[in-house]
Design a protein around this ligand. Sequence first.
Ligand SMILES: [Zn+2]
Length: 352
Amino acid sequence: MFECLDDDRRLEYARALWRTARAAPFYGRKYDGCPEPRDWSAWRALPPLTRQELYDNAWPRSGEMLTQPPEGMIVTSTGGTTGMARYTVLTHGEWDRFCDEQARALRLIGVGPSDRVANLLVAGSLWPSFLGGHEIIKRIGALHLPISANIPVETVLRFCREFQPTVMMSLPTLFIFLADLALKDGITFPELRLIGYAGEHMSPAVRDHVRRGLGDQVKIHALAYTSADAGLMGYQCTRCAPNEYHVPTAFQLIETMDMERDRPAEPGETGELLVTNLARRSQPIIRYRIGDRGCFTGAPCPCGDPNPLLGLAGRAGDDFKLGGAYISMGTVEQWRELVAARLLDESVTEAA
Ligand SMILES: [Zn+2]
């Protein structure tokens, strides 16, 4: 179970983080003249952190956001291989904490030691997803099949056929291609019970297609709402709707703001998300405009978890998360057209 912090303790953690952050020259300047946030209105008066600031000031372009020397750390990238790549540095201890939280989220959706988990996430390019997959599967104590999505889809299918995973983790796009190929070759996965996806949204049409290809018995679940900068921002219980997440309040402070009116959104009102990670001290992330919109439903969850429910309502900007990377919307549209063309081909063939 995830710990739940009340408002006072959330503020106390956030204040401690604010004090640490001022050791970094960037935050020293940014908060110059801001009094220590002793209440929520002072907290909300702190200027938000923009993606451009993060890009300009993150190591190795500059060391201005670090509160300590870049030693004993892991570097990951939140960017695509082209365009605006941005790097994230975490101490090994912070990385471990990020992975602990992710593992907790995976346990909640029912992955356990008796599972065989195919890690079909993308490795390389400093992306954290495949390595993170390794860490969380290890923490759960499941059998790990580190296959990756970096090899031809035919080879992925061959490994899966041989080892018969009970759980597969990847991007929706890979599951589409895998389902295509399984349908074409008449391959089934009788032991597969869970597909965990990350990085992109999975539409009902895609879910249907994936089930048709990989097995009707399969449950399909979002792995978590997460980012390389801030780590786990939302986890799902078995009662959550597809785009609904519990916020891990002991790890993440999420505010929904009406940025135009400069006021917090009401419960049930959609606003822009500002994210503060309460654990990351080496390069603090405070009131970061992550680029997503959402609303706190304000309703208790039937599962009994007191951590609040956040409904995601799409991107605030013009780019889209893909595989832990940011790729411009134009590229995503090209992928979608490719996938739609394949689905159409298939239904035409079936109709014939
Ligand atoms: Zn719940």
